[in-house]
Design a protein around this ligand. Structure first.
Ligand code: ADP
Length: 155
């Protein structure tokens, strides 16, 4: 059976932190589905098509990486795409507490799915999409925080 993992998030936009976690997970799985969660109640900075195009550009050379979007519970989306692994990145103890609770609840909802955590590289600990969006709103430079392939979408 193929080892399929999903890496869920909003990717608004994809950052160097996301990219690094996904790249490091590639040897662990047969396929990684980057799953863009759609929440109809939340507005985003980049529309869905742009977020997908950014991710596609970042992983253009990776056959194992796919991009999909989904609505509803992440754990249900895992079953839909036959993913037995849910990949997450951990930056801080606050991330850990948040992820622990979701991970434990997900395990109760579907015991067949394992959540797998990778620790962020130290240089990516402070990066998150919401800070990147704030910098963009104020016309600042985000070159250090997003993959180089994303820059073409910011012009
Ligand atoms: P963001 O914080 O960028 O909005 P999401 O909430 O969409 O990201 O999270 C998607 C996944 O990416 C989560 O598992 C989150 O922990 C992980 N992640 C986000 N930023 C980083 C980072 N800088 N380093 C490692 N993992 C990260």
């Amino acid at each position: 059976m193929d080892k399929i993992a999903i890496f869920p998030g909003s990717f608004d936009p994809i950052t160097c932190g996301h990219k690094s976690i996904i790249r490091r997970a590639i040897p662990l799985f047969d396929k990684i589905i980057i799953a863009i969660g759609i929440n109809a109640l939340k507005s985003t900075y980049f529309n869905l098509e742009t977020r997908k195009a950014m991710i596609r550009a970042v992983f253009a050379d990776c056959e194992k990486v796919e991009i999909q979007s989904y609505t509803g519970l992440t754990i249900d989306f895992c079953s839909e795409v036959n993913a037995r692994f849910l990949l997450r990145g951990l930056r801080t103890s606050a991330d850990f507490e948040f992820e622990r609770s979701i991970g434990q609840i997900n395990k109760q909802l579907n015991p067949d799915i394992e959540t797998v955590f990778l620790l962020t590289q130290p240089e990516h600990t402070a990066i998150n999409s919401s800070i990147v969006r704030d910098i963009l709103r104020h016309k600042g430079k985000v070159d250090q925080f997003v993959p180089v392939e994303v820059l073409q979408f910011l012009k």
